[in-house]
Design a protein around this ligand. Structure first.
Ligand SMILES: Cc1ncc(COP(=O)(O)O)c(C=O)c1O
Length: 456
């Protein structure tokens, strides 16, 4: 029975019906089918444009194809196989929470820690599983000992919730926040490094910055900044909300002290998952957000002391890692850049289009932000939703405005064509004057920029 099925599958594959992931048992079959569409020896930049491979990945998601979601920066849908694991674990816990949740599922989180640490490239004893990047970074920003007058250097493009956390410490502890302005777009890693260098002084104790800036998609030179800070005895907190599993790197490449991630963004893990990396020798001196016993002072698990909470999302991180590793990190990064180039190169031909992202592969990946001269970005976002059911994010920053576009691995070129045509129509004709009445939609909520309230 099994072998005849294999013969059948081989014959179907021979006909060029590459999507036979559908015919197999189980949802992860799509990844297996994708793998067969691209031999392991194929270079990632080649696989990036191999539509047979990506068709199978696209089919692994249960997304609503009657809308076009180009805001995968805020939060991403999970593939079916991840969502199913999440629901399965949730149901299992509910059968007898006191036993299943506490006695069985909680201990299994340890293997998820190991798998995440292997993917990130750190020791499992340096990685705490959290609910998101906000929690990870607030643990550090609130838990680090600072005296009145001590300074934290950050940028005007850091995430508002993190800036608010520092402002609260200003009010509470008399510390001082200094902010530098990043260029838009960034020209070179050296330019960024020099800027940080110019703003450090003898009172700077901590530097906080993004690995990938959420409002432009710019990749910052993390290791260079961290090395420079370390030479001056300054601690480095890196906001990696957008970096892990969008771009490929290892913890050792970063040289930072603390790193916070959201896993419901690029890893496509269930909503409410993230991690915090703390360099081993710094764990003891960092206070947790919720009190933990003294015996746990040097234990990374003290940052996970948050009372009773669902284990299901944490356990399903393992399935999201399997999905990600099944695609291949280098292939995913190459595809994300390929998709970005697919739409951005087409639109960059128009002189009215101004990019706020440096599109050089060294400086950006999936995310890019642009504006159309003379067109209000908030109104454009609303128009794209109302007329075309396309979700993008308006970026309304004190230094610039635009719309941020973030496809993900499930995005099709057809969807990007429709997006480009909609933008080309606006370039040619402007926004329609009598726009349909505004509807409340995810497309109308702006990506968190200062001074707006953080919302994604
Ligand atoms: C740069 C950056 N940091 C932190 C966060 C917070 O992420 P979360 O809401 O998942 O905690 C975001 C969310 O968009 C972000 O873009």
């Amino acid at each position: 029975m099994y072998s005849s099925r294999r013969v059948f599958l081989r014959s179907v594959a021979g006909t060029g019906l590459f999507a036979y992931g559908w015919l197999r048992d189980g949802w992860s079959a799509h990844v297996a089918a994708a793998q067969e569409a691209a031999p392991p020896t194929e270079r990632p930049v080649v696989t990036a444009g191999n539509e047979n491979f990506w068709f199978n990945i696209q089919q692994a998601f249960d997304v609503d194809r009657s809308i076009i979601n180009l805001n995968n920066g805020g939060v991403c849908p999970s593939p079916r196989v991840v969502h199913s694991a999440y629901k399965r674990q949730l149901d299992w816990a509910n059968h007898a929470p006191a036993r299943h949740l506490w006695q069985e599922q909680d201990p299994q989180v340890e293997l998820v820690r190991v798998r995440l640490a292997r993917a990130f490239g750190c020791d499992p004893e340096e990685l705490a599983i959290t609910r998101n990047a906000s929690e990870s970074l607030q643990i550090v920003l609130n838990g680090i000992d600072l005296k009145p007058g001590d300074e934290i250097l950050t940028t005007t493009q850091d995430y508002p919730r993190m800036l608010e956390t520092i402002r609260q410490r200003e009010r509470r502890d008399g510390i001082v926040m200094k902010q530098l302005k990043l260029p838009v777009p960034i020209e070179s890693a050296d330019q960024v490094l020099r800027l940080f260098e110019q703003h450090l002084n003898e009172k700077t104790r901590v530097v906080l910055f993004c690995h990938v800036v959420n409002i432009t998609g710019q990749i910052l030179p993390v290791a260079d900044i961290c090395r420079m800070a370390r030479e001056r005895g300054i601690r480095t907190i890196v906001d990696g909300a957008h970096a892990f599993s969008q771009i490929t790197f290892q913890c050792a490449d970063l040289e930072c002290d603390y790193y916070g991630v959201s896993l419901h963004k690029w890893l496509t893990a269930p909503i409410g998952t993230g991690f915090l990396y703390v360099r081993r020798e710094l764990i003891r001196d960092l206070w947790p957000l919720q009190a933990a016993p003294r015996e746990k002072d040097a234990d990374i698990r003290k940052f996970e002391e948050i009372g009773t909470h669902p284990t299901a999302p944490r356990l399903a991180i393992a399935e999201a890692l399997t999905f990600y590793q099944g695609i291949g990190p280098a292939r995913k990064e190459a595809r994300l850049r390929w998709l970005r180039d697919y739409w951005a190169q087409r639109l960059s031909k128009y002189e009215q289009v101004k990019f706020h992202t440096n599109l050089d592969p060294a400086h950006s990946c999936a995310i890019a932000t642009f504006e159309i001269a003379g067109i209000d970005s908030q109104a454009l976002t609303q128009h794209l939703w109302d007329r075309h059911k396309i979700i993008v994010t308006p970026i309304l920053h004190e230094d610039f405005q635009g719309i941020r576009v973030t496809p993900n691995v499930y995005t099709t070129t057809n969807e990007l064509d429709i997006f480009c045509e909609a933008i080309e129509r606006v370039i040619e004709k402007g926004l329609p004057t009598a726009e349909a009445p505004a509807t409340t939609s995810p497309a109308t909520t702006s990506e968190a920029t200062e001074p707006a309230t953080p919302e994604e």
